[in-house]
Write a protein that binds this ligand. Sequence first.
Ligand code: KG4
Ligand code: ZN
Length: 352
Amino acid sequence: MYFDIAKQKFENLKNKDDVIVLSVESSCDETSIAIIKNGREVLANVVASQIDIHRLYGGVVPEIASRNHILAISNVYKEALNEAQISENQLDAIAVTYGAGLVGALMVGVNFAKTLAFSLELPLIAVSHIKGHIAANYITEKTLEPPFICLMVSGGHTAVLNITDYNHHELIGTTVDDAAGEAFDKVARVLGLCYPGGPEVDKHAKLGKSDIKFTHDIMTDSLNFSFSGIKTAVINYVHNLKQKNPNQELPINDICASFQTAVVRELATKAIKACKVNNSNKLVVAGGVSANSFLRQTLQTECDKNGIKLYFPSLKYCTDNAAMIGSAAYFMIRAGQGLSDLSLTAKPTVAL
Ligand code: KG4
Ligand code: ZN
């Protein structure tokens, strides 16, 4: 009964003038609910971050993340409705991140969204977290439309994608080992910096010189990435310094600047190459690492040199948030995709 009603409403949304989506994101350590109009207008985007809790442990503790999502989600929901000044009966659909992410954390968001969809008799839209990160750019740049090349750089994924339209893409390059964000977090940990490591490394790198050579293999003949070599070179460098002189302070700023330069060079080289190979003059960056100041600066210089227009999400939409999920859901709804029944479950991995 529920699904018949949801299916009919979903069908009607393809041509409705205005579509208002309530979206839920809980894949890692942010509990977020947003309300998005027509895929690009953010009426509310409430994010309850657990960073301060996980910082005590040096990284995200999955069990603690799930528990804190449960504690936060109802209030985040009420706050989102309040911020958007919208009542439940004005909503057209409920969207949720079903993967990739921590399975226990995802389950909280998925169950919350299923309950809402059922009780409000609204279509439930299952959104991939990765698709959400790409859509963060549609919110930031209202005129951005596919096709374009996307450099996806998050804590869990690093890839280049050929985005052919809102709902189709082709994977043209991927990391063969660590994701870029993962490498930032691991290096930060070795240097004794706080979680999450990316913003800390970015901050210290601004104060340092990038003159330490962290040699690693660059796969020059493909669009694939590798970051574990750079990471291991940093770890070995730190261990050597500590062995030689245990009392000497580590040159943290220089290590951060040199590591970041090596990672950004790899990302920028492959992203520009992907644009050239695919004859594209539009490069869109997505995921948490797109907040990195040196990546932004380097890509801007390279894109200007090569006549490529560059897009980044605004900083608040770089890391995890529900607004990007609501945006992705809107474009799925318009194409008649993504409708799920109440058997939807959380998936720790989703194919790129
Ligand atoms: O996209 P995201 O919020 O979560 C995933 O979907 O994985 O990305 C989180 C990642 C973390 O690894 C974090 O250290 C990294 O993004 N990050 C950064 C910066 N801000 C966040 N990495 C480098 N520089 C930054 N400024
Ligand atoms: Zn993310």
